[in-house]
Design a protein around this ligand. Structure first.
Ligand code: PEP
Ligand code: MN
Length: 337
């Protein structure tokens, strides 16, 4: 259930409602929108127990939430969530493009790419220091050294850092450098990790698992939200199907479908979503046309020499072309990029 407060309700009224809910043995999550505050009551108690809350000062209505996810649902918060990741906003009118290599390979590599994508309009820098690789013999990432290089690239360009955290044991370390925690597809249902990142309060970029349904993605987001952070960015990155002309099947219809259910921003990763460089720009255009709030794109000055995912990585020139094209699409759908 969600308690919708009246516009202009006081902090004292909000706190009073929170204490009444907590008195029922339920957990409280407060969502502060631009016009009004809503308070989600999380727990298993029956809805009837809560009717008396209608009498509390400042309460406008009680909304039973039918979706299995509460805080993530549009019923809980009808207006879109706009997330400030430092160097950009995600979920507002402007499309945010997060660009960078699959993996941090060296200090020079990440600094050069950061400078180039920044100049072309990227809103944040991506780059893995801990890489989830299918083979244990493949490059696993530069780990802490990679994080240090990312920090240097950030201080030189001002771009915020989006980087993957693969496990609870490295969360403290990654938290020292990341502006946004990326949770990879393989970890979408690592519930301990979801709770642990949620407790940190920093924005989380949650990638859809390769065999996860939309509801499973939303429930994974709910784990993060229920743990405390308000800022979860959902990322469609393709799912496993029988189709084999692409690495994954990029399910773009999930964008408007998610927008019917959640206030959280939705971005698309056309690099992992297709696995093919030539398909990245067309699918980026399609993603923006379908309502995505941003893109996560792999870019390298020399994709052929990229240590991982070169086949799906754009050159810097191609990234410039992507930005030009999505600006036109953004304009056509009433946004900017
Ligand atoms: C990545 O973004 O580099 C990555 C490993 O993605 P995914 O978790 O979607 O496979
Ligand atoms: Mn990759």
């Amino acid at each position: 259930m969600v308690v919708v407060m009246k516009p202009g309700s006081s902090e004292e009224q909000i706190q009073h409602v929170c204490s009444l809910i907590e008195g029922l043995g339920l957990k409280v999550v407060v969502l502060r929108g631009t016009n009004r505050t809503v308070i989600a009551a999380i727990g298993d108690k029956r809805e009837q127990d809560r009717e008396f809350l209608r009498a509390a000062p400042g309460v406008e209505s009680l909304v039973p939430i039918l979706a299995p996810y509460k805080v993530a649902s549009l019923e809980a918060k009808p207006e879109p969530t706009v997330i400030n990741i430092g160097s950009a906003l995600i979920g507002g009118e402007k499309i945010c493009t997060i660009a960078g290599p699959c993996a941090v390979e060296s200090r020079e590599q990440i600094i050069r790419i950061a400078r180039e994508v920044k100049q072309l309009g990227a809103g944040a820098l991506r780059g893995g220091a801990f890489k989830p690789r299918t083979s244990p013999y493949a490059f696993q990432g530069l780990e802490e050294r990679g994080l240090e290089h990312l920090a240097e690239a950030k201080s030189l360009t001002g771009l915020s850092i989006v980087t993957e955290v693969m496990g609870v044991e490295t969360l403290d370390l990654v938290a020292r450098y990341a502006d946004v925690f990326q949770i990879g597809a393989r970890n979408m249902q690592n519930f301990h990790l979801l709770r642990a990142v949620g407790e940190r309060g920093k924005p989380v970029l949650l990638k859809r698992g390769m065999s996860a349904t939309m509801d499973e993605l939303l429930l994974a987001a709910e784990y993060v939200l229920a743990a405390g952070t308000h800022d979860v960015i959902l990322c469609e990155r393709g799912i496993r199907t029988f189709e084999d002309h692409t690495r994954n099947t990029l399910s773009l219809s999930i964008i408007p479908a998610l927008k019917e259910r959640t206030h959280l921003p939705v971005i698309v990763d056309p690099s992992h979503g297709t696995g093919r460089q030539s398909l990245v720009i067309p699918m980026s255009r399609a993603a923006i046309a379908a309502g995505a709030d941003g893109l996560l794109v792999e870019v390298h000055f020399d994709p052929e020499r990229s240590v991982s995912d070169g086949a799906q990585t754009l050159t810097v020139e191609m990234f410039g072309e992507l930005m030009r094209q999505i600006r036109k699409v953004a304009e056509a759908v009433g946004r900017t990029a």
